[in-house]
Design a protein around this ligand. Structure first.
Ligand SMILES: Nc1ncnc2c1ncn2[C@@H]1O[C@H](COP(=O)(O)OP(=O)(O)OP(=O)(O)O)[C@@H](O)[C@H]1O
Length: 255
């Protein structure tokens, strides 16, 4: 039996009287792009928080390579191969795209003596880190903007820098929370190609996104949440035609 990269078993999260997640179960096989959709407030971000260690479930298990990780802090999970982007951009606008990515890189970093004595090793480490950041920016299609201030980049390119930052820890599982939000049509098309290419780089993707065209064209499988519960799972075209899904979205529009 092949152990999935990620498995959720009856994951629940309550906030006081609010059941943000109720017994959500599904798995994410290695090498896939898996989508998570649902109307506003259905629990998608809560689930991303629980998987990435930003939050812990009230009940249930989150397994990475078959081992429980619920409650493990985000920085530990990052070392174990789980990385994410957030709904709201978290770059430092006064730093260049390259510097923003460099900040997210793991060691090798300089030691106190390297810094104090400005040993040649320090310069070499800095050059290596910069080269690695540029390589990551190239992977997401904006290598040419490595020296541009993050604050001067277009919205779509800032989102790409965020993805490059998330790739800096060499994740096996990348959680993308609404990466297309605020993007133009053209930016969405290139984001789609970027996401579709991630499995070939060894990165499995769990994607939360409201852009249905993007989801339909990039996901191998989609899971649908409504009011914290899983209401449908399947191939994009199956999910799109599912009456429960249509009803959940129409209901949300009426609200
Ligand atoms: N920290 C919190 N404290 C209290 N309630 C919360 C908290 N976080 C989320 N909730 C509630 O949990 C439910 C699910 O919220 P969540 O943000 O996960 O939904 P979502 O599907 O990501 O929504 P959106 O598409 O609008 O981002 C909502 O009712 C929300 O109000």
């Amino acid at each position: 039996m092949v152990i999935p990269l990620l498995e959720l078993k009856d994951v629940s999260r309550r906030f006081g009287g609010v059941a943000a997640l109720s017994d959500v179960s599904f798995s994410v096989p290695a090498g896939a792009v898996i989508g998570l959709i649902g109307p506003n407030g259905s629990g998608k971000t809560t689930l991303m928080n629980v998987i990435s260690g930003v939050d812990a479930p009230t009940k249930g298990a989150v397994l990475l390579d078959g081992l429980p990780i619920q409650g493990v802090p985000a920085n530990t999970l990052a070392r174990r191969g789980v990385s994410r982007t957030f709904q709201h951009i978290r770059l430092i606008p006064e730093l260049t795209a390259g510097q923003n990515v460099t900040l997210a890189l793991h060691a090798p970093s300089a030691g106190p003596f390297d810094i104090l004595l400005r040993l040649p090793r320090l310069r070499r480490i800095e050059l290596d880190r910069h080269a690695r950041a540029v390589e990551l920016l190239r992977k997401v299609g904006i290598g040419q903007h490595a020296s541009t201030l993050a604050g001067d980049l277009s919205y779509g390119d800032r989102r790409r820098v965020e993805i490059a930052r998330a790739l800096a820890s060499e994740p096996r599982l990348l959680l993308l929370d609404e990466p297309a939000a605020g993007m133009t049509h053209g930016e969405r098309t290139s984001l789609r190609d970027l996401i579709a290419g991630l499995p070939a780089l060894g990165v499995t993707v769990l994607l939360v996104e409201h852009d249905m065209d993007l989801m339909m064209s990039v996901c191998d499988e989609i899971h649908v949440l409504n009011q914290g519960s899983s209401i449908a799972s399947g191939k994009p075209e199956e999910v799109r035609a599912n009456p429960r899904v249509i009803e959940a979205y129409l209901g949300a529009e009426d609200a």
